[in-house]
Design a protein around this ligand. Structure first.
Ligand SMILES: [Zn+2]
Length: 338
């Protein structure tokens, strides 16, 4: 059965050796600041991911953004990227332009409603980069013990969203949690044919993600991609297929306020607000991903909804404005004292 969960243990050494070879396979030599420093000065201090948290009230629901860190991806992952347009996009976004690398933040969120604590995604593993992997420290900073978390909602099962689920000994970090994700995401992620959209070098990452969720198999609650599902009072799982066919966001609605946590609708805030048509090679359906992005950007701009995203610059809360034929991101202001 192609879609049945595999119990094969993850070969961590294979994952690590893939990471060592990845820059070459992907046609890039430097992999962000950390490796560049290591390459040039062997005595340089290793970098570690540092966390930050940011608290926000959406009506009566508390949202805590947790910084897991940041990493860099080769620019080649972005489909349709034109260097001149990319440089102009970076200028419009007040971001540094790098022709070879796209640097992105990695974030996750925790929602506190009356009586329920919901974690949304669990960050990236530090073998991806020494500058990610601070999710657990973020929880500590927020004063939340793992055993207090009632529900873990996964926007999707890519490696940079599941790291906190299992510790280095392969044990569940959230033993009593209800694991909520879309049925499509679970099924597709265990189906090798469905995962064939990823370059074959990503196979160890797929294995890693499977290993992170499998211990929770008996605690899973799979939701439909056909409609929105209210997973807690005022908290809705919203289907946003494209990046993966089971990719979902979370909409929070309380006392006439709302927040849309859109998962991986945007990977690069530098480029994709002005070029929402640029998808990535890690999108299951790049055309559908671009359509989902454009639709949600358009809707967020029209409704003036606050948005949040796993790869927006921390604190990763803001608004979308229309600008000519594309969009612009406005970081949320702080409204002190109401
Ligand atoms: Zn991601």
């Amino acid at each position: 059965m192609s879609n049945s969960p595999s119990n094969k243990p993850i070969d961590r050494r294979r994952v690590l050796s893939f990471m060592a070879a990845a820059p070459i396979m992907l046609g890039v030599v430097p992999q962000g600041r950390a490796n560049t420093e290591q390459a040039t000065a062997s005595s340089a201090k290793p970098m570690h991911a540092e966390t930050e948290i940011f608290r926000l009230m959406v009506g009566e629901i508390e949202v805590i953004a947790i910084a897991d860190g940041y990493t860099a991806l080769p620019s080649q992952i972005m489909l349709g990227l034109d260097p001149d347009e990319a440089q102009e996009a970076a200028r419009l976004a007040y971001k540094n332009y790098d022709p070879n690398l796209i640097s992105i933040a990695v974030n996750s969120y925790v929602i506190r409603t009356a009586g329920t604590i919901i974690a949304i995604d669990a960050g990236a593993p530090s073998f991806l980069s020494p500058t990610v992997g601070a999710w657990r420290n973020g929880l500590d900073l927020a004063g939340i013990a793992p055993e207090q978390i009632d529900m873990m909602f996964l926007t999707h099962m890519h490696t940079d969203h599941v790291a906190g689920l299992v510790d280095e000994n392969g044990k569940k970090t959230l033993p009593q949690v209800e694991l909520v994700l879309s049925e499509t995401e679970w099924t597709d992620s265990f189906d090798d044919e469905k995962m064939a959209y990823l370059p074959k070098e990503f196979a160890p990452f797929v294995q890693y993600s499977r290993g992170q969720v499998l211990p929770y198999k008996d605690q899973r609650n799979l939701v439909s991609m056909k409609k929105e599902t209210e997973i807690a009072p005022g908290v809705f799982a919203v289907p946003l297929p494209g990046h993966t066919m089971g990719h979902m966001g979370v909409r929070i609605q309380s006392q006439n306020q709302s927040l849309m946590i859109w998962g991986d609708i945007i990977h690069s805030p530098t480029y994709q607000f002005s070029h929402p048509e640029w998808s990535t090679i890690i999108d299951a359906d790049p055309a559908l991903s671009a359509a989902a992005r454009t639709k949600l950007l358009d809707q967020s701009a029209a409704d003036r909804t606050m948005v949040a995203g796993m790869h927006l610059d921390f604190p990763s809360l803001g608004y979308v404005e229309r600008q000519n034929n594309s969009y612009r991101y406005i970081s949320a202001p702080r409204n002190y004292g109401g």
